[in-house]
Design a protein around this ligand. Sequence first.
Ligand SMILES: [Zn+2]
Length: 378
Amino acid sequence: MSMGVLRRTPLNPPALRGNESRSARIFCLPPRVCSMRVLLYDDPIFREHDAGRGHPERPERLDAVRRGLRDAGLEARLRSASPRDATRAELLRVHTEAHVERVAATAGRTVRFDADTQAGPRSYAAALRAAGAAVQAVERVLAGEAERAFCAVRPPGHHAEADRAMGFCLFNNVAVAAAHALGGGLERVMVVDWDVHHGNGTQAMFYEDPRVLYLSSHEFPFYPGTGALEEVGEGRGRGFTVNLPMPAGLGDAEYARVYRQVVEPIGRAFDPQLLLVSVGFDPYVADPLAGMRVTERGFAEMAAVCLSIAAAAAASRAVFVLEGGYDLDGIALSAAAVVALLTGEGHAPLPWPASGPMDRLLEAYRQVLAPFWPALGS
Ligand SMILES: [Zn+2]
C-alpha cells in the first residue's frame, strides 16, 4: 500500500456529499464544540442480563461504575442519558441475520452459547439496548449535542463475531457503533481497545476495511488467542489493524510508554474523525481474570492518549464503551479516573522510562508497524 493512504488530510463535514442517499445524511458535523458536555449512558435493563450463577460478568459491575463516579463527585458533571434499542438494520451492518435471530430467540429463556457465554431471559433486551446506547452516543456526539460519552453497558461486546456470541458478548456494541458512524458518512473511525483481552470480534469485522483503524493492546498469549503483532489487516485494510500484544505483569509505566510512544503517533497519523474506546478495566492490578498490574493512574494515562488522538479531525469527539473488568473496587476507581478526564479534569502525565526492559517489545512493534506507520520511526 502507498504510505500516502495513511496520512490523510483531516476532513471537515464529511457527511453531505451530493451522491449520498438521504439515509446517509444523519450527521451534521459542527465545528469544534466549545463547552464540555459529557453523556453518561446507563439503563436498569443492563442489570437484568444474567450471565449465569457465579459469573464474573455480573450486574454489580455497573453499580461499581456508578459508585466510583458518585464518590469522585463526577455524576453532577455528567448528563444522564437513556439509551434506545439498536435497530435490526443497525445490527445487520456487522452481524449476520442468523446470529441476530439466534440471540433474539433467547428472549424469555436461558441459552448457553459456549462455556463462558450465556443469555438469560432478559439478555436479548439488554444486548439490544447496550448496542443502542453506543449507537445513540455516536449520533449525539456527531450531531454536536455532546462532546463525549461514557456508556456503562452490559453485556460487553468486543468478542462477539459477525456470526457468533462468545466471551461474555452477544452483540458487538462498539462495532455496531463504528459501522453506524461509517453509515453516516464518516471516513475514518478509530477504535482503541484497551481491554486486557484481544477484541477478536471487532478486529474481524473491519479486517479488510481501511476506514476503521482497530488498535488493541492486550495480554498475549491469552484468551481468545487472536491478536498477534503480525495480524495487521488484509487487502485494502492492510495496516489498519494494529495489535500490541503484551506479556503479563505490565503496569502503569509500561502501558504509559506503549501508549505515548506507539498508540499516540499512530492515532495522530490516522487522525480519526471519531474515536471509540473499548474500555476494559481488566488490566487492573487486582483483576481476577488477568495478569496485568495497571492502576487507575494507568487508565487515566490511556484515556489521555485517546483524547489527544481525538483532538484534531475528531474535534474531541469520543465515545467510551465498557467492555470487561471484574474487580469491583478497581472498576469504581478506574471508571472515575477515566470519566474525570472526559469531563476535562486535568491530568498529570505518568512518567515512563525512556529505555529499559520494554525496549525489545517496542522494537518488535516498530519492526512490524513502521512500514505502515512511518511516524513510529525506524
Ligand atoms: Zn476482557
